[in-house]
Design a protein around this ligand. Structure first.
Ligand SMILES: [Mg+2]
Length: 358
């Protein structure tokens, strides 16, 4: 079996959503992603994916395709058994295009795992075979939020994440509508940087005064407002999670040093898999909690995060729900889904993804 990389292929992957998804920074009607394939000389194929997000990671489909074009010559001809060596080199060539690079990391590791016959979850430690995800309610009216909450509970979800950041009173009304329809659910919030520190605290106060019992608040204020994050943390009786604030291991170190969050939300699109491994170590050493999230990846890219989470078994909160928002399409492997549970049982190489582009 040859372990030499023959080809790096990147191409558009259009994925329709069930319904438009609204957060504080905009609305998405479809996911205009990029499919990445790393093909070895023996035909073994590793699959990766990037879900570009101009606001969060600064990528568009065009920039991702351009980066992959640029990296091709640094990847082709290399031996997949030196996966970290290959990625160390390519990472030097694309210092700021992290999301694009993360798609390459996923494809390289998938190819490595398939070539060596080891599932990524096992390579990361094999701690768990399955993890439970939350599901996210996008911005909208309280009525719609209440209906969605009831629907998701019926489908077997027990953790609901509510996007907030419209307006303190309107958000409090939505949170209470969700609580009324999901009395036993774990409810968390994500403002995607939308609030001032005082408004964030006020939202938690008003919602909890009406019995919301919120479990966690993600990125309440601007990503670079460290003082604001600390203010929210000091004035709210719940854990604060840093999402957009942390892209790199250096960002994670700053969060630890300045004591501005209780947990960090790792996303492969923000830091790649290599960066995720370092951030996990930093959080563990500093007694910070860990959660794992995703962008609008389909099963192809999301599989890497599911394997990372199962393999380490260290994420207190899994926010891996993009597959529920996208319409299904033909794609084998990766994981199996049962309600809110992802399982990697039976995957024997890499993420196990097999996909034939149309
Ligand atoms: Mg978030």
């Amino acid at each position: 079996m040859s372990t030499i990389i023959r080809e790096l292929i990147a191409e558009p992957l259009d994925l329709p959503l069930w319904e438009p998804f609204k957060i504080a920074t905009g609305t998405k009607d479809a996911a205009l992603n990029v499919l990445i394939r790393v093909v070895l000389e023996d035909g073994t194929t590793g699959f990766g994916e990037v879900a570009p997000s101009p606001y969060t990671t600064g990528d568009t489909r065009e920039t991702v395709l351009a980066v992959m074009d640029q990296l091709s010559s640094a990847v082709v001809g290399k031996d997949i058994r030196s996966w970290r060596g290959i990625l160390n080199e390519t990472r030097k060539l694309v210092r700021y295009q992290v999301a694009a690079h993360s798609g390459l990391e996923i494809a390289v590791l998938d190819a490595f795992g398939k070539s060596r016959g080891v599932a990524l979850a096992d390579m990361f430690g094999g701690v768990k075979k399955s993890v439970e995800t939350d599901i996210t309610l996008s911005l909208g009216t309280p009525e719609k939020a209440g209906e969605d909450a009831a629907k998701f509970i019926k489908q077997g979800f027990s953790k609901l994440k509510i996007k907030v950041g419209m307006d303190v009173q309107a958000d409090a009304d939505r949170i209470v509508a969700v609580r009324d329809n999901a009395p036993d659910a774990e409810i968390s919030l994500d403002a995607n940087q939308a609030f001032s520190p005082k408004d964030a605290v006020e939202l938690v106060r008003r919602a909890n005064a009406r019995g919301a019992n919120i479990s966690m608040f993600e990125q309440p204020v601007r990503k670079d407002d460290f003082e604001g994050m600390r203010f929210v943390r000091d004035h709210c009786p719940l854990p604060v999670a840093a999402d957009e604030t942390v892209f790199t291991p250096e960002d994670a170190l700053r969060v630890v040093r300045e004591g501005v969050a209780d947990m960090i939300n790792i996303k492969v699109a923000k830091c790649g898999i290599l960066g995720a491994l370092e951030i996990i170590s930093i959080c563990r050493a500093a007694n910070l909690g860990l959660m794992i999230g995703a962008m609008m990846e389909s099963k192809i890219g999301l599989a890497a995060s599911v394997h990372l989470s199962c393999g380490f078994g260290c994420f207190a909160h899994n926010d891996l729900d993009s597959v529920y928002l996208l319409k299904p399409f033909e794609c084998e492997g990766g994981f199996t889904l049962d309600g809110s549970n992802f399982s990697v049982e039976g995957i024997t190489g890499g993420t196990g993804i097999v996909y034939e582009p149309k």
